[in-house]
Design a binder for this molecule. Structure first.
Ligand code: PLP
Length: 362
């Protein structure tokens, strides 16, 4: 059988290796000048200049961002249930309560009407996820937040470079977080970048990631060690020079799949939105898991289900809620390979496999 096509594949080349070697040779391994340079370059390339603060993971970025924005015990933050658990976990870790809202069917982002119905006197913020690299409805959610005096926080873990009306995600909220985990659109090994346009939030983020210190041994508040290392930043800086090109390849791969797939629901893109296809996610109304198994067993094609269990039903939250679009998405979604390492032959094999299996199943 032909070689296995994985659902995701980090691309690490000689330049990343050389950059890590140079840091190792310098002896300056922990947070230092590489991290500072990575922050500036990230802001320039992906955030129209908005400030960035590097941390040791995306999850730390959400947690510290919420703390820096003043979220804590007694507060509620509205989040989707259809996302990776880190979204709600970060809210819970501040002592606040994540309140789960439903999504809209087309782009899997928070549904503005459902969010509005869950606002209480304790609500302080709304945290949409730009799931799969498609922007959430930041215009609608931003307007709602403004009307009700709430903050907007963006989980942009999967959406480096995505935009709405020409404006990049990560520039809409009080803060936004980008993950740099290996399977994301770019990586630093592990890592996260938090963007903010609020200088007080930025100051607190820088304190919180470093034991509450700006000046050594003059701790201003109780903080964490959530620093990024120079080694990780060196990888990230190289990846940053490639991410926009990789994104174009993801978009071209997605366009090919859109034009070629039959018998499944391909992912629509909202008007004026730019999708960066962290995942290319189709809906399979009947027997999604059977299709995934057959793709693997009969065609050696990998795929992924992100995410099979809505967060509110995970043992860690254990809630019974009525979120019909969330439940349906969890049953139907299947992400096909779309990463920039795919060859034209790989793409054709994916199409043949899905079309043949979808026809046979119909
Ligand atoms: C990956 C991811 C995170 C967490 O990022 P890490 O860097 O793995 O900590 C949070 N939210 C979403 C939607 C993610 O995909």
């Amino acid at each position: 059988m032909s070689e296995f096509i994985p659902a995701a594949k980090p691309i690490i080349g000689d330049e990343e290796r050389a950059a890590v070697d140079a840091v190792l040779a310098s002896g300056m391994l922990a947070q230092g000048s590489e991290v500072a340079a990575f922050e500036t370059e990230f802001s320039d390339v992906l955030l129209d200049g908005r400030a960035s603060v590097a941390v040791n993971s995306g999850t730390s970025g959400l947690h510290l961002g919420l703390l820096a924005a003043g979220v804590g015990p007694g507060d509620e933050v509205i989040v989707p249930s259809f996302t990776f658990a880190a979204t709600a976990n970060s809210v819970a870790l501040t002592g606040a309560t994540p309140v789960f809202a439903d999504i809209e069917a087309d782009h899997f982002g928070l549904d503005v009407g459902d969010v509005a119905s869950r606002i209480t006197e304790r609500t302080v913020g709304i945290m949409p996820v730009h799931l799969y690299g498609h922007p959430a409805d930041v215009a609608g959610l931003g307007e709602l937040a403004e009307q009700r005096g709430l903050m907007l926080f963006e989980d942009a873990a999967q959406a480096h470079g995505a935009s709405v009306d020409g404006r990049r995600v990560g520039t809409f909220g009080t803060f936004a977080m980008f993950s740099l985990y290996p399977t994301k659109n770019m990586t630093s090994g592990e890592g996260g970048m938090v963007s903010t346009g609020d200088i007080e939030v930025e100051r607190r983020l820088r304190l919180l990631r470093n034991q509450g210190m700006q000046k050594q041994y003059e701790n201003e508040l109780v903080g964490f060690n959530a620093r990024m290392t120079n080694l990780h930043a060196a990888i990230g800086r190289v990846q940053l020079t490639k991410v926009l090109r990789w994104t174009e390849t993801r978009q071209a791969n997605a366009a090919f799949l859109d034009a070629s797939l039959e018998g499944v629901v391909t992912p629509p893109v909202a008007d004026r939105a730019v999708h960066v296809y962290h995942q290319y996610t189709i809906r399979v109304p009947e027997d999604r898991d059977g299709l995934a198994a057959a793709l693997r067993d009969e065609y050696n094609v990998g795929s992924g289900v992100y995410y099979p269990i809505p967060n509110h039903r995970l043992p860690s939250f254990g809630l019974e809620l009525d979120l019909p679009e969330t439940e349906q998405a969890a049953r139907e979604v299947l992400s096909l390979p779309v990463h920039p390492s795919l060859s034209q032959g790989d793409l054709e094999r994916i199409v043949t496999a899905v079309n043949t299996l979808a026809k046979a199943g119909a």
